[in-house]
Ligand binder design. Structure first.
Ligand SMILES: *Cc1c(COP(=O)(O)O)cnc(C)c1O
Length: 379
């Protein structure tokens, strides 16, 4: 007789080659200490080095001294802090939208946003490579999802013609997290207008890194459009934690009334908002974004001829094919003092295992040329 299920046999074992491992590490600027060794970190989304910036950290520490650590409650109860309102105002103004709402994380922002915007009668048109939080948000809403091939605007057009309905959303990452390529956001907005849909762009990897730092929608000249709703996060280029949603005043006010992932979750610590105000002013100064872009250009030039995906963003994936080859390459790089993660299915499609190299403004020219040399020496 099979054992009765309890917590010890509830889950079927995960196949050894599919197991995910957590490895504790400590990070400092572009360095990472793993297993007692210090390596150069090419595996972080801290694209501007702000997670360790002295002014950002000082703002957080001063806030903790004055206001303590935790916010103690949801914003709706007693966790609302004046710094949140200041930051929301500045983000909206900088990004060129009427209004902004901060949320605990990008995952919470996307799940709550799609749950609020959509219901069983809504149709969602989504790029196949969208971040998991957008996939889960659509599921939570109970909406019908139509997924199109990555960046395939023709297929999207066909799907929009086929699946008519009153309330529809086109949903896409801005900069794609595993490929580093970009949605054609202006073309998507044109389609949204032609087909009377909303456009939701998650530019978690584009804010702080693309264009003048304001991200893809600003670079494309569509920021603030009334059909556009945008998500950005503090966990990446801002060097902190949390997320924000941008849109028209009416839309953001509607979310304030509906966003379950804001109501039913403790507000972020005030220190985060004080620190993110400083990150924002440093991003606005422009120097760090330009340093990052120079580093990307330097790396692309040094790595010419290697099987890199076509990306001009901070995410530079090097295709490895098999899982085994990606793992062996990551190990060889680690031996050379470089920390680069192997990304395997199911995070990416079968046969598309890769090294996901992320560059930062904090990398020196010497570190980048060391990486390019090591990549050339891979078997
Ligand atoms: C990282 C990421 C998220 C999740 O943001 P967190 O703040 O880390 O929860 C959402 N969308 C995209 C595209 C991301 O890359």
């Amino acid at each position: 007789m099979p054992d009765m299920p309890d917590s010890r046999n509830w889950f079927k074992p995960v196949a050894a080659e599919r197991q995910r491992h957590l490895t504790a590490s400590r990070r400092q600027g572009s360095a990472i200490a793993v297993d007692g060794r210090t390596l150069v970190n090419f595996a972080s989304n801290d694209y501007l080095g702000l997670a360790h910036h002295p002014e950002v950290c000082a703002a957080a520490m001063q806030s903790i001294e004055r206001n303590g650590l935790g916010s103690g409650a949801s914003r709706l109860v007693s966790g609302d802090d004046p710094a949140i309102h200041r930051l929301e105002g500045q983000l909206a103004e900088w990004k060129g939208f009427e209004a902004c709402l901060t949320v605990g994380s990008g995952m919470l922002a996307n799940m709550g946003l799609l749950q609020s915007l959509a219901d069983r009668h809504t149709q969602i048109f989504a790029d196949r490579l969208n971040h998991a939080s957008l996939v889960d948000g659509a599921r939570l809403a109970g909406a019908a999802s139509h997924r199109y091939h990555h960046l395939d605007n023709h297929q999207l057009e066909t799907l929009l013609q086929k699946h008519v309905g009153e309330r529809r959303l086109i949903v896409s990452d801005g900069v794609f997290s595993m490929d580093g390529d970009c949605a054609e956001v202006a073309a998507l907005l044109t389609m949204a207008e032609r087909h009377d849909t909303l456009l939701v762009i998650d530019d978690a990897h584009g804010v702080g890194t693309v264009g003048d730092g304001r991200g893809l929608t600003s670079a494309a000249g569509i920021a603030g459009h009334p059909r556009l709703v945008e998500i950005g996060t503090f966990g990446k280029a801002f060097g902190g934690y949390g997320a924000f949603i941008l849109g028209s005043r009416a839309l953001i006010e509607g979310l304030r009334q509906r966003l379950r992932t804001m109501f039913y979750s403790t507000a972020l610590p005030p220190a985060i908002f004080e620190a993110m105000l400083v990150s924002l002013s440093l991003i606005r100064a422009g120097t760090l974004t330009r340093q990052l872009q120079d580093n990307v250009e330097r790396f692309r030039a040094l790595a010419e001829g290697l099987p890199l995906l076509a990306s001009d963003t901070a995410i530079q994936p090097l295709m490895m094919g098999s899982d085994a080859r990606a793992l062996a390459a990551a190990e060889a790089l680690q031996d050379a003092g470089l920390f680069v993660p192997a990304i395997r299915p199911p995070t990416v499609p079968e046969g598309m295992a890769r090294l996901r190299i992320t560059l930062s403004a904090a990398h020196s020219a010497e570190q980048i040329s060391r990486l390019a040399t090591a990549l050339r020496q891979l078997p």
